[in-house]
Design a protein around this ligand. Structure first.
Ligand code: ARG
Ligand code: ZN
Length: 874
């Protein structure tokens, strides 16, 4: 059954108070719920029945105002408890049994290792107790946890601690009170034998907050970075948004089994251990940055998500888009802004653009869904963040801050919609954002075609923009969007020119000017110019669009060298490389132009420039990204062209790469500064090129780095390159690594991942063999992603092997996984979403797997929705 946004109705009942009591046990947990309920005055009256959500619950007891209900007064269905003719105000009491150990879906209450923990977003709370499991029902909760003292010495829930008791029979009890009304998806509890790392934070207004990180005891020495990140995030939110923390404690628990990254439960975040645990020898620079970003993301949710939440799940981007925008800006402030922006746009183009161009395309605010878990997507998260970013650009930072102040005061404690957010932007700025709102309902990536003209006689340069968003079967075009386009014009020396528009009287900005496109076509005339400028378009990636402008190679090299916008310097290099690579796919014999090599040489040897940015510039566009630019993806041609170009670059720049490698090695202790991260990135990029032709000297260098490396960034970079090169050095290194790290699950994930990503022709055979490895299990999402996910998503040339073996492998895994963990199965299946972009033979083989999956009996809603939509649409 499809759920539609247009069918939204306010809840018929409200819940004012919730008292929960858990008798925790891995096999059988009992949950008693006391709900103070009343009819919602704002709702229309239904049939008089009360429908409570509930799944996989065994009802033991149900009473209203203390009176046990006779069977005639209620009905239990597979996904509901229906109470007939309830009063307008009453106290509902239920008791159910649940089975955490059998919960492989990792939604609701489940076991991870020896811990018990919960995941309730989006609709997991209904697997814990009967409830109105929807975000617009907000209540204050108290939670009592009872458990065996030996196995579960630590008992945590939302809010502030409110006492413990020893029950004398080997069990103990802990009570928690959350004074803030919250929707059920923010409920959490954790029980287990956990090591505690404690710290403190004093908020701007002087509230003393106890910060605590809980990890499995063996991870006690991997918590410093997460704790530091949390304190930085708390300070940043005070300074940038005026937002303070509001409880006496802030708790974070790291668990080994988690479907996603982390969860912002009020006062008690539950995290995938991957986003908490780090030591220089176990985690890479990217892992460290990921932790900082996710810790901040979940913390920021306390205001954007928890204090102010979503009215319904169609509004998911209200909290996710805004919170991603906030964490992106936080990371930009903590590290290097240009590097962060490049990384974020890379992700957007690699994940969101394809999603928006395929059968699973949906607007940032979807209009319908079968399974909401399928909508935690790059579109809702990352494109949603871009929509907030555009509004910041339109309003300017000061006005945006006033708008968010208004949003936080006006809607505190409420469940609201995206309109409510945008209305605050409008009121604070006095601007009309009606047209801008289309961005939230329009699926697909807009295309911006730019043409220009130079009038030498009058010194007038004309830019014309045409926007178009291709309609798809389920998503018509809603008309032109309001697009902020930041541009600059460069003179012959590479300097920014003043951007004086003909009919404008005000003093023109000299660097960047933001044009606001509102019509399908718009023309701007820039006057007072002496020579034809080179345009720098969409600076900082000011809108999530594709730009088409016919740059010459020389223009691109010029921008690469001179653009004052760091993002666009990088983007020019990407466009240049992409263009050359696509030419090499079409004509494998074509020569690599001198100018291209020279531009790369300049970038590599430009000692003035930030090494991190140099590394970004020299990284060729991925095979997947190149495939996205072709009407029919030439899997093998792309691989050959890209490997060939790397080879050609190496042949021309071998000495420069050697020098870059040597110059950017660091002796001394590991540092996590942007500068040190940048040096490692450039050094390892250089090593990657040097390893391109399997040169024995390079293999020695790589082996030496692998053996002597004291940080995981260097060790795993070397291991990955050795594995790609193959042979005895690779096998030896894999063996060494396994023996060293087999006891550390997060590091072991990397061992699986480098093999799954291998360029070797036998990659699939290896991956299949690894399925049988004693350390492999489908039941741990991180392990699953590191082997199966990496192979299917990050190894295109092997996954898309012409014989269809990769597709069969994926089909097998999806069918095996679906009964265990539908969310993970459905994620995995999305690797086939772009099946129509391949040649007829591959299409047929992918379609066969999709059909095979759809034919399976007892498919989850998650997989059914993805498989049917993937097959069903042009
Ligand atoms: N709200 C969490 C976050 O973005 C993610 C929850 C994911 N839940 C899900 N059912 N997919 O921080
Ligand atoms: Zn989030």
């Amino acid at each position: 059954p499809t759920i539609h946004l247009k069918d939204y109705r306010p809840p018929e009942f409200l819940i004012d108070r919730v008292e929960l009591r858990f008798e925790l046990d891995a096999e059988v947990t009992r949950v008693e719920a006391l709900l103070q309920m009343r009819r919602n005055p704002a709702a229309t009256r239904g049939d008089g029945d009360l429908h409570l959500d509930g799944e996989q619950l065994e009802l033991e007891h149900v009473a209203i105002d203390g009176r046990p209900l006779p069977p005639a007064e209620y009905r239990v269905e597979s996904e509901a408890l229906i109470l007939h003719h309830v009063p307008d105000r009453f106290r509902l009491e239920t008791r159910v049994r649940i089975h955490p150990m059998l919960n492989t879906a990792l939604e609701g209450l489940y076991q991870s290792g020896t811990l018990l923990c919960t995941q309730c977003e989006a609709q997991g709370f209904r697997r814990i107790t009967y409830f109105l499991d929807r975000p617009d029902v907000m209540a204050c909760y108290t939670t009592t946890l009872v458990a065996d003292k030996g196995r579960y010495p630590v008992l945590l829930a939302n809010g502030n601690p409110a006492g413990t008791e020893d029950l004398g029979d080997g069990r103990h009890l802990a009570r928690w009170e959350d004074p803030f009304p919250k929707p059920s998806y923010l409920f959490a509890l954790v029980a287990g034998d956990l090591h505690e790392v404690a710290d403190r934070f004093t908020t701007a207004s002087g509230r003393d907050v106890a910060l605590r990180l809980y990890v499995e005891p063996e991870n006690h020495d991997k918590c410093d970075h997460a704790m530091r990140s949390l304190k930085k995030a708390m300070r940043w939110d005070e300074e940038r948004y005026g937002r303070e923390y509001d409880l006496d404690v802030y708790l974070i628990v790291a668990v080994g089994h988690f479907n996603m990254g982390a969860m912002e439960n009020k006062g008690l975040n539950v995290f995938n251990a991957k986003y908490v645990l780090a030591r220089p020898d176990t985690a890479t620079d990217q892992d460290f940055l990921g932790i900082e970003g996710v810790i901040a993301h979940e913390y920021f949710h306390n205001w954007t998500g928890n204090r102010i939440t979503c009215r319904d799940w169609f509004q998911l981007s209200l909290k996710e888009g805004f919170t991603v925008y906030r964490d992106q800006e936080f990371s930009a402030d903590m590290g290097s802004r240009d590097v962060k922006r490049i990384a974020d746009v890379r992700t957007l183009r690699a994940r969101q653009f394809p999603e928006d161009a395929g059968p699973l395309a949906h607007p940032v605010r979807p209009e319908s869904y079968i399974e909401i878990n399928n909508f935690y997507t790059a579109t809702v998260y990352e494109k949603g963040a871009e929509l907030v970013r555009m509004q910041v650009l339109l309003l300017g930072p000061e006005v945006f801050r006033r708008a968010t102040d208004l949003y936080f005061t006006r809607h505190d404690g409420a469940a609201v919609t995206i309109e409510d957010f945008v209305r605050c932007m409008e009121e604070a700025s006095g601007r009309d954002l009606t047209q801008f709102m289309r961005w939230y309902s329009q699926a697909g990536t807009p295309e911006l075609t730019v043409t220009d003209d130079w009038d030498a006689a009058d010194g007038v340069y004309t830019l014309t923009f045409r926007q178009q968003t291709a309609p798809s079967a389920n998503h018509p075009s809603l008309g032109p969007l309001h697009i902020p386009v930041a541009i600059g014009l460069l003179d012959g020396a590479g300097r920014d020119l003043p951007l004086r528009i003909a009919e404008d009287t005000a003093e023109p900005p000299s660097g960047t000017r933001v044009l606001e496109l509102r019509r399908e076509e718009a023309t701007y005339r820039f006057v007072g110019l002496r020579a034809r400028p080179v345009p720098s378009l969409l600076r900082g990636f000011s809108a999530p669009v594709r730009v088409r402008y016919d740059y010459s190679d020389d223009d691109l090299m010029f921008l690469m060298a001179h653009d004052s916008d760091g993002f666009n310097r990088w983007d020019a290099a990407q466009t240049l490389a992409q263009r050359l690579l696509l030419r090499l796919v079409a004509e494998p014999e074509a020569a690599v132009p001198e100018g291209f090599v020279a531009a790369f040489r300049r970038a590599l040897t430009d000692h003035e420039a930030d090494p991190a940015l140099r590394a970004e510039v020299l990284k060729l566009p991925s095979e997947a990204h190149l495939g996205e630019q072709m009407a029919i993806v030439d899997v093998d041609g792309i691989h050959r062209a890209r490997e060939g170009l790397k080879q050609a670059i190496l042949a021309a720049l071998r000495d420069e790469f050697r020098a870059a490698y040597e110059d950017h090695r660091d002796a001394g202790p590991y540092e996590l500064t942007p500068a040190a991260i940048g040096r490692r990135a450039l050094k390892n990029l250089a090593l990657g090129y040097l390893m391109q032709d399997g040169d024995a000297e390079a293999v020695d260098l790589c082996t030496a780095q692998f053996e002597a490396g004291t940080n995981m960034t260097d060790v795993i970079a070397a291991l990955g390159l050795l594995v790609d090169a193959g042979g005895a050095p690779a096998e030896r290194a894999l063996d060494t690594f396994y023996r060293r790290w087999s006891g550390d699950p997060l590091v072991l994930d990397k061992w699986f991942a480098v093999q799954a990503a291998s360029k070797r022709p036998d990659a699939l055979a290896r991956v299949e063999a690894l399925l049988g490895h004693e350390a492999f299990t489908l039941r741990n999402p991180n392990r699953l992603r590191s082997l199966v996910g990496v192979f299917c998503n990050l190894n295109p040339v092997r996954f898309h092997a012409a014989d269809g073996a990769g597709y069969r492998f994926l089909g097998d895994r999806v069918l095996e996984l679906d009964p265990l963990n539908p969310q993970m199965a459905s994620r995995l299946l999305q690797a086939l979403a772009r099946w129509r972009c391949y040649d007829p033979d591959r299409q047929a083989r992918m379609r066969a797997q999709l059909e095979r999956i759809l034919d399976a009996v007892e498919l989850s809603k998650d997989v059914y929705e993805v498989a049917s939509k993937t097959l069903g649409e042009k």
